[in-house]
Design a protein around this ligand. Structure first.
Ligand code: TXA
Ligand code: MG
Length: 316
């Protein structure tokens, strides 16, 4: 029975489960979140697996307060002003990562930026504090379904994927947080949400550049120029690496290579492969190679999202 009233005991159990790398659903003031330890790449991979997401969108890391946020990301003056005005609350800030930021590459989809939010919901805040680490959490629904605003919604979608659903009744706001990118020269609205554009512009004392489509939806992060792409050319469906190529392998049948080589999962486990994907691309890219040869990866489970990312890295 995964639904538990959010008592002190239940929060302590949920925090322990998060530290062990398990998934826990929890209430926030916007929608229920599907939480994992943001510093644990395998736990973050399990989020994508549970949601059945065909893509690795970067996730929001939920932190306890603005001081914690500053440990993980650079808080420029505009970010500080928005944090001061709207945290804790329904605002997510996209910020430049600190060099030693422990948040997993998979949680940020390999970007140099990270989305942080300090939720105001007392249960969410207690859980973050008890876990003692940032919690990555998208809305706790299966991909393509509407966001959940009650524990029962979460159970219907993900009851078999989480160790616990902390129940504290319906969410007060009911739509996701507003996402503002403050990592560049001018703040940009990436997603409309719980905090209005007008309220944000009043604090910034300037109009907010927007990155929304015609229906006020965010432009897919895959289309954002900032989306991580390796510098090297990516060659897909490679059985082996050619001389001079770096090799991104998968599974037990990988042939050895003379150049730099990383096997995403020697046992052929797609969750492990997803957890390693962005860090592996970065490492092979950093080797200075001109081409990264990539072994075929099955198009099942998380393989779909892995292949989506690799295909987009290859078409540039
Ligand atoms: O209200 C909410 O925000 C809920 C609750 C659970 O907190 N969470 C949520 O998370 O909606 P998620 O992961 O579904 O939404 C994350 C949004 C997406 O639009 C994503 O593209 C954007 O934030 N995002 C995350 N990291 C980003 C980054 N580094 N650069 C640009 N956009 C980013
Ligand atoms: Mg969602």
């Amino acid at each position: 029975m995964p639904i538990r009233p959010a008592t002190t005991d239940a929060i302590a159990d949920a925090a322990a489960a998060l530290r062990e790398g398990r998934l826990v659903a929890f209430p926030t003031e916007t929608v229920y979140g599907l939480g994992a330890d943001a510093t644990n790449a395998r736990a973050v991979a399990a989020i994508f697996e549970a949601k059945g997401r065909p893509r690795f969108n970067p996730l929001i890391a939920h932190v306890a307060d603005a001081e914690d946020a500053a440990r993980f990301a650079v808080m420029e003056p505009a970010a500080r002003a928005l944090a001061e005005a709207f945290w804790p609350g329904a605002l997510t800030l996209v910020l430049k990562k600190q060099p030693d930021c422990p948040i997993a590459d998979l949680a940020t989809a390999g970007l140099d930026t990270v989305a942080l939010r300090v939720p105001s919901h007392p249960i969410a805040r207690a859980l973050i504090r008890a876990a003692g680490r940032p919690i990555a959490a998208p809305s706790a629904n299966r991909s393509g379904h509407v966001s959940p605003t009650t524990a029962a919604h979460v159970e219907a979608d993900l009851g078999d994927k989480v160790v616990m659903i902390l129940d504290d009744g319906p969410c007060a706001i009911g739509v996701e947080s507003t996402v503002v990118d403050v990592s560049g020269p001018e703040p940009m609205l990436l997603r409309a949400g719980g905090v209005t554009r007008a309220a944000i512009e009043a604090v910034l004392r300037a109009p907010l550049a927007a990155h929304l489509d015609d229906n006020d939806r965010p432009v897919s992060p895959g289309q954002l120029a900032s989306h991580y792409a390796p510098r090297a050319t990516v060659r897909l469906d490679a059985a082996t690496a050619r001389p001079g190529e770096a090799f991104l392998a998968f599974g037990p049948n990988a042939t050895k290579s003379d150049g730099p080589m990383i096997n995403l999962s020697p046992s052929g486990d797609l969750i492990e492969a997803a957890a390693n994907l962005f860090a592996a691309l970065r490492a092979l890219d950093a080797s200075g190679t001109t081409t990264i040869a990539v072994m075929p990866i099955p198009e099942t489970g998380l393989g779909e999202a892995i292949n989506d990312r690799l295909r987009r890295a290859a078409v540039r």
